[in-house]
Design a protein around this ligand. Structure first.
Ligand code: PXP
Length: 247
């Protein structure tokens, strides 16, 4: 069984599109509420809830994260930049896991994997702090041997392989090569003793192939589930994805 982490960032994106400036004074419902989305996703079988508290707070807000911490019944996976302020926040929040992601203000969403090799010392400091607190660290990295091996060496228990390049190549000539990179990355991660997750750009179509990656533990899926939920409701969107992940 591959587990499903539902990333609810884009529910908050829709809310912020309307209420970024005026939430406090709007009166009435500030909708859509990402916490309500998370609870419906859990009821439909989500195995965990993922949020990314970005430096610019463009979608998820701190208050959302604290409300999630109090209300969800599954696991909270907290995506964050490798920065001292976020480490301090995570240690207070105490999510079940964190996922270290690269962050730059210009990108619309997370575009490339974390460069563990280049940021070795900062990444190690984050992993050490989380290990000491009993919080599992996942590293969101491209399927590149040097990144995977160093991640394991630094003591991270999990990696999340970035499936974005594969998803982008899905309808073109590069798809097979990108999928092979993911297969090799997954195998190497397992050989290094890591729990291997994957995420970014996974949808109701490419899941048919992504699910065949050997030994996958969990997929983190956001955009396609939030989009589908507009038409079918949250429960159906989550159930359909889970059925396709584990037919
Ligand atoms: N995993 C990580 C680390 C992410 O940052 C994101 C969001 O960019 C996702 C998974 C989910 O990606 P998507 O919204 O494309 O499903």
């Amino acid at each position: 069984m591959i587990l499903l982490g539902v990333n609810i960032d884009h529910c908050a994106t829709v809310r912020q599109a309307r209420y970024r400036q005026a939430a406090a004074t709007a009166g009435g419902a500030i909708e859509p509420d990402p916490v309500a989305f998370a609870l419906l996703a859990e009821q439909a079988g989500a195995d965990g809830i993922t949020v990314h508290l970005r430096e610019d707070r463009r979608h998820i807000q701190e208050r959302d994260v604290w409300r999630l911490r109090e209300s969800i019944a599954t696991r909270l996976n907290f995506e964050m930049a490798c920065a001292p302020a976020m480490v301090e926040f995570a240690l207070r929040l105490r999510p079940e896991s964190i996922c270290l992601v690269p962050e730059s203000r210009e990108e619309v969403t997370t575009e490339g994997g974390l460069d563990v090799v280049k940021n070795r010392d900062r990444v190690k400091a984050c992993i050490d702090a989380m290990n000491a607190a009993g919080i599992a660290t996942s590293l969101f990295i491209d399927p590149v041997a040097a990144q995977i091996e160093l991640g394991a060496q630094l003591g991270a228990p999990w990696i999340e392989l970035h499936t974005g390049a594969y998803a982008n190549a899905y309808h073109g000539a590069g798809r097979a090569a990108e999928f092979d990179r993911l297969v090799s990355g997954t195998r190497l991660g397992l050989q290094c003793g890591l729990t291997v997750n994957a995420g970014h750009g996974i949808n109701y179509v490419n899941i048919a192939e992504v699910r065949t990656l050997p030994g996958l533990h969990e997929l983190n899926i956001g955009h396609s589930i939030v989009s589908r939920a507009l038409f079918t409701g949250v429960g159906e969107a989550v159930r359909e994805m889970k059925a396709r992940m584990n037919p």
